[in-house]
Design a protein around this ligand. Structure first.
Ligand code: ADP
Length: 177
């Protein structure tokens, strides 16, 4: 698969800042990148088996989702924004960014979002237990996975700068070979 732009996964517990990062990155990226909010795609295109009432989340049909994503990802230039990452085949992905957030801040962000208490607790525990980071480390090569703090606007700016630098290096390497 020849790509002229990379595929970046931005993952992390809900509320850590994935969409905020993805939206800024598509503006600052030196090559055109498309932001795919995978959760919204699942909902909008019906790539699920229905809503789990207890958890207020969709039961994803992974085969349908992967079939839908494959043609979009194959060209490169894509940011996949989702709270889980191990479903994406390793060959699709050039960089996995796992956003981390202090759990008190995360609690406040999810409360503001109007999540039910049970969902806030579940996500808060997942953040404390490193669930998404462990999942990323188990699914991809260590050099492809980077964990970045997303507690403050300062972190946000630094993270975008680091990702822009990474995209420049990737592009230089992959278009000169
Ligand atoms: N680094 C950050 N510093 C301060 N606030 C942030 C940061 N990242 C995200 N936020 C805020 O946290 C909330 C959740 O961010 P969002 O990008 O929607 O998270 P996610 O996509 O991971 O669910 C938003 O109100 C956003 O403005």
């Amino acid at each position: 698969m020849t790509r002229h732009s990379p595929v970046i996964v931005i993952t992390g517990t809900p509320g850590t800042g994935k969409s905020t990062h993805a939206q800024l990155l598509i503006k600052d990226s030196p090559v055109p990148m498309k932001h795919i909010n995978v959760g919204e795609m699942v909902k909008d295109r019906g790539l699920h088996e229905g809503l789990d009432e207890e958890w207020q989340s969709y039961t994803v049909n992974e085969d349908k989702l992967l079939d839908e994503l494959e043609p979009l990802v194959s060209q490169g230039g894509v940011i996949l924004d989702w709270h889980t990452c191990d479903i994406f085949p390793e060959r699709w992905v050039d960089l996995v960014v796992v956003l981390r957030c202090n759990h008190t801040l995360l609690w406040e962000r999810l409360e503001k979002r109007g999540y039910p208490l049970k969902k806030i607790q579940e996500n808060n525990e997942a953040e404390i237990m490193n669930v998404v980071l462990d999942e990323a480390r188990e699914s991809y090569q260590p050099e492809s996975v980077v964990a970045l703090a997303s507690d403050s606007m300062e972190d946000l700016g630094e993270n975008i700068g680091r990702m822009v630098t990474w995209i420049n290096l990737w592009t230089e390497k992959n278009t000169s070979e």
